[in-house]
Design a protein around this ligand. Structure first.
Ligand code: ZN
Length: 273
């Protein structure tokens, strides 16, 4: 009996701790977002991120608030001589926070550090391939996203992705879409959906579109979505997210069901920007 009372008391304390911790975080975020957006950062948006001035004014304000919170919470680390300047931080944050607009978000809760290389970098991990083959051949990458708290980016490609927001390729959006995907515990193309979304619809639409892209890739046919998306469902979600923001009008016209699922998920409609 005493043991039960102690367990119940500890559980109650844990709940109180979690609730007060959440409200402390919310209050802190409110304070950070209320600080005026630095003039220098606005100049960086103007110079490096032309898309910023195309999105509606209310979303511009929201994006700036989210960037301030993101930049207050995430650590940036440079590798191979890459300096971490405000230009690097702001340029990456603006693209990463686009994925958080209008959403009930906890700001990439698993992410602690953004690691930035000057350009493409080499990694050597165990790669599991079809048939269970394992290799640790070095690979040249532009970016990577890890569930254990890191996103790794090439600065050159993060900057060029922000500068050209119409080619359908965006490294930062791609890697941060993987982060959102991983919030479910596994990175598999099924991120935790919003309350008003249906998992069965999401799965039906994305599976059908993924299968189509796979067969287009196998048969060497033309496709609107980059063939890299045919690698697996996680890459399919990341590649689809890139074109959702960068080529929304064509996307909506060519893949209306997939576009609608992403529109419900991201809670914005870039086709109207
Ligand atoms: Zn990827």
């Amino acid at each position: 009996m005493t043991a039960l009372i102690i367990i119940l008391a500890l559980a109650a304390l844990a709940i109180i701790w979690i609730v007060t911790d959440k409200s402390r975080t919310a209050k802190k975020r409110q304070q950070v977002a209320s600080i005026p957006f630095p003039h220098e950062w606005r100049m960086i948006l103007r110079k490096n991120l032309p898309f910023f001035y195309k999105i509606p004014a209310d979303l511009q304000l929201q994006l700036k608030d989210k960037m301030q919170i993101f930049l207050a919470e995430k650590q940036f680390v440079g590798r191979e001589g890459q300096q971490i300047t405000d230009e690097v931080r702001v340029t990456i944050a603006a693209q990463a926070c686009l994925l958080l607009l209008n959403r009930n978000t906890d700001f990439y809760p698993f992410l602690k550090t953004v690691i930035v290389y000057p350009a493409a970098f080499i990694t050597r991990h165990n790669n599991y391939q079809a048939g269970g083959i394992q290799s640790n051949e070095p690979r040249v990458l532009l970016g990577e996203s890890w569930n254990r708290g890191q996103v790794i980016l090439s600065w050159r490609d993060s900057a060029s992705g922000g500068a050209d927001f119409e080619d359908g390729h965006n490294l930062v959006i791609h890697e941060f879409a993987h982060q959102l995907d991983g919030e479910s515990g596994v990175t598999n193309g099924a991120p935790p959906l919003n309350k008003d979304q249906s998992y069965s619809q999401w799965s039906a639409v994305l599976s059908a579109e993924f299968n189509t892209l796979q067969s287009q890739a196998r048969n060497g046919q033309e496709s609107f979505l980059d063939k890299y998306g045919a690698t697996n469902p996680a890459e399919f979600f990341a590649v689809s997210s890139e074109v959702f923001f960068e080529r929304p009008k064509e996307f909506k016209h060519l893949h209306p069901n997939l576009f609608n699922q992403l529109k419900e998920y991201y809670k914005v409609d870039p086709a109207e920007w």
